[in-house]
Design a protein around this ligand. Structure first.
Ligand SMILES: [Zn+2]
Length: 82
């Protein structure tokens, strides 16, 4: 897990910190991994909020489509398409 200095505020009022997180899921017997997705995690342990910006959600869903279609490896680094 790589930590970066950027912070934002969670809706609970605590700071959230951007962490590069692997998004992994299984589908039709294949395991797919998108590495180093920038997701914000709330510092408040009782909150556990994960904040995924809509641009990141969009990139993840497009990468996932290409991975399912075989255009990308099932183990792919996250990248900005938009
Ligand atoms: Zn929070």
């Amino acid at each position: 897990m790589v930590m970066v200095a950027d912070t934002t505020r969670c809706r609970c009022g605590n700071h959230a910190q951007r962490q590069l997180t692997d998004v992994v899921w299984a589908e039709s017997g294949t395991t797919y991994s998108i590495r180093n997705v920038p997701i914000w995690h709330c510092n408040n342990k009782a909150c556990c909020e994960e904040i995924i910006p809509s641009s990141v959600q969009l990139n993840v869903s497009f990468l996932a489509d290409d991975m399912r279609a075989g255009k990308l490896s099932s183990d792919t680094q996250y990248r900005e398409l938009f």
